[in-house]
Design a protein around this ligand. Structure first.
Ligand code: NAD
Ligand code: MG
Length: 393
């Protein structure tokens, strides 16, 4: 069997590191051809030494020079480049079969789109790309024969619970709706009054998952679930009414599909991203991921609650953006990225994150266009407005 060649966009992040952990267990199946990171040169260097890729991409020219020098000294022929065009090149290069799209935020859009245009197998973790440009991204993937596999645990669970070879018309296949589970985040039971003083450390301490800082804050505000509602709309061609969020604090059921005959199919497992990553890497086969078997006796019970749209307005904002269409989700995403970054840098209180998004949504004009220039312009305008708004706080 010829090994599958892999490009990892965002190899030093939480998803990137978990992907390499699975890949390391199956050296005969996978060959890493490109690794990409933003600033963490030491981690990227160590990954290059271990996996010996043809190419490595890093954020800027200075880091690229340093990395190239260190790799040469270590006797490696890995070619080093930097910048977004270099990311697009490695994502679409002929030597790559599969692209793990695991850059965080809007920065992942252009390289992930390049992979879609080149008809690659895309393991999609970078949900923001789909939130910003869902219609465009799905069209480009379809026209170029790209195969899209969802890494996000909820969407991966839905993918596993849908009929095999499901179509764009799920209603015809007996699907009534999907039940998107949410842990509820670390402030699920915290009264609103106590949320004013929340620190980045508290917000990043997710009860069940270990993740990068941005998605951890998104989980605490429930914006992550909102982004996932939009992601599900595009991946599975669903109407907003067909996507029901269910708070399930144990994070054991990763999501469910409800059929017209009353059946609900679910995927369960320990909350460890190596399961959906391994599922996508090996699809349609199954491989060892290193994840421990689920011990149902230890878990004992599974609980469910309705989401609280009052304390967590970001979830409602995402449904609104989905209904508004056009560039609304891109504006929502950009405002959120700016607000979360400011919160992590202690420049904005936790409860001001939804306020920043609401203000941006009011101020930035909606455009019904879904071309890349229209989306990038909406993203830039929303970022500029949200940054200025944060500066005034
Ligand atoms: P992270 O912050 O741990 O890692 C982000 C990666 O992206 C790093 O390798 C970083 O070098 C790279 N990066 C950041 N900015 C970049 C830029 N401007 N240009 C190029 N590379 C850049 O994030 P993560 O938690 O691994 O999440 C990655 C993506 O996967 C996000 O879109 C997130 O929503 C999604 N996701 C993550 C998890 C999880 O468990 N961590 C689960 C589901 C979905
Ligand atoms: Mg998720």
């Amino acid at each position: 069997m010829k090994p599958q060649s892999l490009t990892l966009l965002g190899s030093t992040g939480s998803i990137g590191v978990n992907t390499l952990d699975v890949v390391r267990r199956h050296p005969e199946r996978y060959r890493v051809v490109a690794l990409c990171a933003h600033t963490r040169i030491d981690e990227l260097f160590a990954q290059c030494v271990e996996f010996r890729p043809l190419r490595a991409v890093i954020g800027d020219a200075l880091l690229a020079t340093q990395l190239a020098q260190r790799l040469r000294q270590a006797g490696l022929a890995t070619e080093v480049s930097h910048g977004v065009e270099a990311l697009e090149r490695v994502a679409s290069a002929p030597e790559t079969d599969t692209v793990m799209a695991a850059i965080v935020g809007a920065a992942g859009l252009r390289p992930t789109l390049a992979a879609a245009r080149a008809g690659k197998k895309i393991l999609l973790a970078n949900k923001e790309a789909l939130v910003m440009a869902g219609a465009l991204f799905m069209r480009v993937a379809r026209e170029n024969g790209a195969c899209l596999l969802p890494v996000d645990s909820e969407h991966n669970a839905i993918f596993q619970s849908l009929p095999p070879n499901f179509s764009d018309d799920l209603a015809r296949q007996g699907v009534r709706r999907i039940l998107l589970t949410a842990s509820g985040g670390c402030f699920r039971t915290t009264p609103l009054a106590e949320m004013t003083e929340v620190t980045p450390e508290q917000a990043c301490a997710h009860p069940n998952w270990v993740m990068g800082p941005k998605i951890s804050v998104d989980s605490a505000t429930l914006m992550n679930k909102g982004l996932e509602v939009i992601e599900a709309r595009w991946l599975f061609n669903l109407a907003p009414e067909q996507i029901q969020v269910v708070v399930h604090p144990q994070s054991v059921i990763h999501s469910m599909v409800e059929y017209v005959d009353g059946s609900i199919l679910a995927q369960l497992g320990n909350p460890d991203m190596r399961t959906p990553i391994a599922h996508c890497l090996a699809y349609p086969e199954r491989i060892e991921s290193g994840v421990e078997a689920l011990n149902l006796f230890k878990i004992g019970r599974l609980d469910f609650e309705a989401p609280d749209f009052e304390r967590f307005p970001c979830l409602g904002f995402a449904y609104d953006a989905l209904k508004a269409g056009g560039t609304a989700p891109a504006i929502l995403n950009a405002a959120n990225e700016v607000a979360v970054e400011a919160f992590l840098a202690r420049r904005l209180p936790f409860l001001a994150i939804p306020r920043a998004i609401a203000a941006t949504r009011e101020a930035v004009a909606l455009n019904c266009g879904e071309s890349l220039p229209a989306i990038l312009q909406a993203d830039a305008e929303a970022r500029a407005f949200a940054s200025a708004w944060v500066g005034r706080q």
